[in-house]
Design a protein around this ligand. Structure first.
Ligand code: FCB
Length: 455
């Protein structure tokens, strides 16, 4: 039914610029484990996982991929793939176990210092994310991102990390997917801290964006040659029908899903059409905040997974919209629609409407139910096909003149997939969570061949 069997030779690394960044992505809570080692403080994810019913398989990131101890092996895999960049995140509670304090935890800083040295030794350019969702629980106890003090704490944390690691890290991502931080975590309650309040989520959003803007000059002061951006989860949208109602609903949905982040980051403030609908749910914005949020960046990170089909739904939440599950489309095991064309549409739109100097695809990937064969291999043809087709789409976008300068596959390793626990594997590398054995999947082998890596 779907052409999910692309010619594996249809794309070559030489189709892209020589300085194109090829990488893979991970995040601290999803891979590190060692949750209470070397002075790490509790994070909101430790707390969230400890509450029954929050994680589908009742697991946590306490051990995860044990990357904290096994990182040399994992970086060897990244090198063997032939990648020239690696995106990872720092666990804030390893640096400030209580969120803030006079003295950062030296063991936490040492760990990341060794990790970054390990990347450089292997020819992997470090791309760090400061916040990939593991807020110190102590900050949540004081209101979390809904409390404006958390913004200052984040800036202190960004200051310390950039002072210690800025001699070696030149690529800085302030936040990963602020939409998820705000809405999964504080409106839907399906992610830590598990709050269900629309108004809170909007205030969280504002503070996350504000912390991004305030951290930028601090990082630049510490790292004069830093290149800084945020990684947004963006979605191409289509109306469920040709009706005017669905078209208007799609515009509203776009307002909160995409423009709510893109507009203020690009100096346009919050979209007025959405602001009006929000009414008393609108966040408290102080004078000067919008100028801070619009601090110039060097690139935009886009995490692309799937498009959404939107219908008008009077009475469905404040926005009166609904995401519709259409039949007859190809989906991953997560139910996410597979749409390389959607990525082309999305990146064209972002480039046209916002003109970022550079775009990096900071995440893109898929989950399928992997099976280990008797011979011990993982023949994940669907994931390989997904990867090939999305790289073909990246090539099309580059050829259209959109300044896409790099691609980071999610993920280097199977890992702890948040509320889904270990039930969703996204890795190019299979992880046996009983033995911690790593095995490159067929998709990883394809990426390796494509990149000219060495086995
Ligand atoms: C993104 C997250 C990442 C991972 C992928 C599958 O939304 O940034 O941590 O969970 O989805």
């Amino acid at each position: 039914m779907f052409n999910n069997n692309p010619d594996l030779q249809s794309i070559q690394r030489s189709d892209f610029a020589a300085d194109f960044r090829w990488g893979s992505s991970t995040s601290s809570y999803q891979i590190e484990g060692a949750a209470y080692e070397d002075g790490r403080g509790e994070s909101i994810w430790d707390r969230f996982c400890a509450t029954s019913g929050n994680i589908r398989d009742r697991t946590s990131g306490e051990v995860a991929c044990d990357h904290y101890h096994r990182w040399p092996q994992d970086l060897d895999i990244a090198r063997s793939l032939g990648t020239n960049a690696y995106r990872f995140s720092i666990a804030w509670p390893r640096i400030f176990p209580l969120g803030r304090g006079d003295v950062p935890n030296p063991q936490g800083l040492d760990y990341y210092s060794r990790l970054v040295d390990g990347m450089l030794e292997r020819g992997l350019e470090p791309w760090v994310t400061l916040y990939h969702w593991d807020l110190p629980q102590a900050m949540q106890d004081r209101g979390g991102w809904a409390n404006r003090d958390t913004v200052d704490a984040f800036v202190e944390y960004a200051d310390v990390v950039s002072r210690h690691l800025g001699d070696r890290i030149k690529h800085w991502i302030t936040h990963n997917e602020p939409w998820c931080t705000a809405f999964h975590g504080n409106y839907e309650g399906v992610h830590a801290p598990g709050i269900k309040n629309f108004k809170t989520a909007l205030q969280v959003c504002h503070h996350v964006l504000l912390s991004h803007g305030l951290a930028i000059p601090v990082i630049r002061r510490n790292v004069p040659d830093a290149r800084i951006g945020a990684a947004l989860s963006l979605h191409p949208l289509k109306p469920a029908s040709e009706s005017m109602q669905d078209a208007a609903a799609t515009r509203r949905h776009d307002g909160l899903r995409n423009r709510w982040f893109l507009d203020p980051l690009h100096g346009r403030g919050y979209p007025e059409d959405v602001w009006k609908i929000l009414g008393e749910n609108a966040p408290v914005v102080q004078e000067g905040d919008l100028a801070i949020i619009a601090a110039p960046t060097d690139f935009l990170g886009v995490n692309y997974y799937f498009p959404e089909i939107v219908a008008d739904a009077p009475g469905a939440g404040v926005m009166s919209t609904r995401v519709v599950e259409t039949k007859d489309v190809e989906r991953t095991a997560f139910g996410w629609e597979v749409s390389p064309d959607g990525m082309v549409d999305l990146l064209n739109r972002v480039a046209r409407d916002y003109r970022p100097a550079e775009i990096y695809i900071t995440e893109n990937g898929s989950t399928y139910d992997d099976v280990v064969t008797e011979a011990g291999s993982i023949e994940d043809n669907q994931r390989r096909s997904y990867l090939v087709r999305h790289l073909l789409a990246v090539k099309r976008i580059v050829d259209m003149g959109v300044p896409v300068k790099g691609y980071f596959a999610w993920s280097l390793l199977d890992n702890f997939e948040w509320a889904e626990g270990y039930l969703r594997r996204f890795g190019l590398t299979y992880v046996d969570f009983q033995t911690q054995k790593r095995t490159l999947k067929a998709s990883g082998q394809w990426y390796q061949t494509f990149l000219g890596g060495v086995q």
